[in-house]
Design a protein around this ligand. Sequence first.
Ligand SMILES: [Fe+2]
Length: 183
Amino acid sequence: MKKATARSVRDAFGAESAAHMRYLIFSEQAGYENFPNVARLFRALTFAGQVHAIAHYRQAKELLGEYCVYFSAPFILDRTVDNLTKASEAAQEAGEEFYPPLAAAARSQGEMQAAQSFERIAQVKKAHYEMLRNMLGFIEHAAEEPKIGGLYVCGGCGLVVEGKPPGICPICEAKQSCFRLVS
Ligand SMILES: [Fe+2]
């Protein structure tokens, strides 16, 4: 793996590791505010962050040694409505501004596996942005949170879907059995 791609993979690992923990914290906060469905959505995103972090880490397995990783992350613990706002903004930024340039750079260097991984995760982030925005729309304008169905996370790409998972993941083509129900 070339140096620039390796740096991208490491930094993406750092960003997803932080996202994983941030969503876990947001989930607990939503629970305190009696938003069990929002809490479940954040737990699903927690697992998605784990899927992404592990994918990046495995890609970097040939890079032995110690490295600094660089990423930006919102440090907040506020009301759930604010956490949803920040989370949706972060998902949008990841899908539109963070991953696409990494994918383009990797592709230009012939690092096709890394490029495909970045491109898929960008698609996943855009889908998550839509879910977060929908949830935020309810929370902002209603006293109660909406009831949502089962949330499944694709173990291949981290895509979160509501309801019965598709036969084949639309992003990474993983089988339906690869989707994990989040409780
Ligand atoms: Fe997938």
